[in-house]
Design a protein around this ligand. Structure first.
Ligand code: APR
Length: 253
């Protein structure tokens, strides 16, 4: 089995080295080793919190109830979280021109903290808050975050995290950028995602339909593994990405 695993790693490294337009599609699994809980699977967020908290209609009616839970679910862990080796390898690949774009479902800002610039935040981010009344955007650091609910310093309206709630549309620029990158990709690397939540989860299928090869890194099989994945590397992103980088760097010696 060990040999088989190395064989897959070698094949994956070959695909990476030969790619003209590599796109990474990341989910919560890439941040698990940074201490940020995933949504599904053992100890996942949805095992401990009711998804209704992130339903936009519920939030509008119950902001004072939802905000304390949202702070627990996201802000407490994200603030302290640091990029792990998986994020750092992607940043290195972007720097040397191998990785052209990263489409992330994550709102934790860890790709940017690792130094990446070409990041498409398909579900928004936790850096900013947006006023439900006057639409003004505020960096979290610029408002009194201890209020409940958090309020707009200008108009007193309720502030909402600037990430996509259930029942909200994907930010149009992010959607457009993600489709453009997907249609240019000749290699797509899926990292740590179950492939459940639409429309994000549809992008890898588009890439495949458009002729891209699909490389997947996950602890366990996802919706993609037995349908569109060409090479499945089972294991932790924080270990497998450095292993791939080691092969790539040795090849060029
Ligand atoms: N390395 C690689 N993969 C991992 C690791 C790890 N260390 N730890 C967990 N995983 C995998 C799990 O096996 C699972 O397939 O990461 C995936 C996490 O799945 P989800 O929690 O469903 O996360 P994601 O696919 O990003 O969810 C998509 O759902 O709730 C919404 O908006 C939310 O963006 C989120 C979307």
């Amino acid at each position: 089995m060990k040999h088989f695993k190395d064989h897959n790693l070698q094949k994956a490294a070959q695909l990476l080295e030969g790619s003209q337009y590599l796109v990474a599609f990341t989910g919560a699994g890439i941040s698990a080793e940074s201490g940020i809980p995933t949504f599904r699977g053992e100890g996942g967020i949805w095992d401990r919190y009711d998804p209704i908290i992130l339903d936009i209609e519920y939030f509008k009616q119950n902001a004072a109830k939802a905000w304390p839970k949202i702070k627990e679910m996201f802000y407490k862990t994200i603030d302290k979280a640091q990029p792990n080796p998986a994020h750092k390898i992607l940043a290195q690949w972007e720097k040397r021109g191998l990785l052209k774009s990263t489409i992330t479902q994550n709102i934790d800002n860890l790709h940017q903290k690792a130094g990446q610039k070409q990041v498409i935040e398909f579900h928004g981010n936790t850096r900013d808050l947006i006023c439900l009344n006057c639409n003004k955007k505020w960096p979290v650091k610029k408002v009194d975050f201890n209020q409940n609910p958090v309020k707009c310093p200008v108009c007193g309206g309720i502030l909402k995290p600037d990430f996509v709630f259930f029942g909200e549309p994907i930010p149009s620029q992010a959607y457009q950028d993600a489709v453009n990158a997907t249609l240019q990709a000749d290699l797509y690397i899926l990292i740590g995602t179950t492939g459940i939540i639409m429309p994000a989860s549809l992008l890898p299928y588009e890439a495949k339909k458009n002729g891209a090869k699909i490389l997947e890194i996950n602890l366990e099989p996802s919706n993609y593994t037995n349908t569109i994945t060409d090479i499945f590397l089972q294991g932790k992103a924080g270990q497998l990405l450095p292993a791939l980088e080691e092969i790539l760097l040795n090849k060029n010696k």
